[in-house]
Write a protein of this length. Structure first.
Length: 160
């Protein structure tokens, strides 16, 4: 099933017009500003140890919100590109949340044992790598495993 066929079967005309309009929008100055601000905060976090905990948690909450909303925006494209069903999309979404539960338990224990700041830096770096890697996953099983891992590494902010 192609993207356009799926779109026309499951949405009404008003939703189609809105969806196509959103898909045709270009990046503007606001998007560039947000990306630069997030990049600056990440740079400060990685290279400046005097950043306060509230700023660090703010950065990770942005990542958490990105992860949760990203899948809802990419659902139709994933179904068309990977040829997967709606049930499998549900499993991919659930894998992230299951990973969050596992990560909170595992990294909570590890943070108590080795220190929160050191573990936070390591898991944030692993998280950034995993979100980049998940965009290159060739199939359903790989994407499912990567979403599970991404969820686990993103939950370090919840235990601080």
């Amino acid at each position: 099933m192609k993207y356009d066929e799926f779109e026309e079967e499951n949405f009404n005309v008003d939703t189609l017009a809105i969806t196509r309009r959103i898909d045709n929008l270009q990046y503007g100055k606001w998007h560039l500003f947000v990306i630069l601000c997030l990049g600056y905060l990440i740079f400060i976090f990685l290279f400046n140890r005097k950043m306060n905990n509230l700023s660090i948690l703010g950065v990770t909450w942005v990542f958490d919100g990105y992860e949760v909303s990203m899948l809802s925006l990419a659902t139709l494209d994933l179904q068309a590109d990977l040829n997967i069903s709606s049930i499998q999309i549900g499993y991919i979404a659930s894998a992230y949340l299951i990973g969050c539960c596992i990560g909170a338990l595992f990294f909570g224990y590890m943070a108590s044992r080795f220190g929160r700041k050191a573990l936070f830096s390591i898991t944030l770096l692993i998280y950034l790598i995993s979100i980049i890697v998940q965009s290159f996953m060739p199939g359903y099983v790989y994407l499912l495993a990567c979403r599970l891992f991404t969820g686990a590494t993103n939950e370090i902010d919840e235990i601080n």
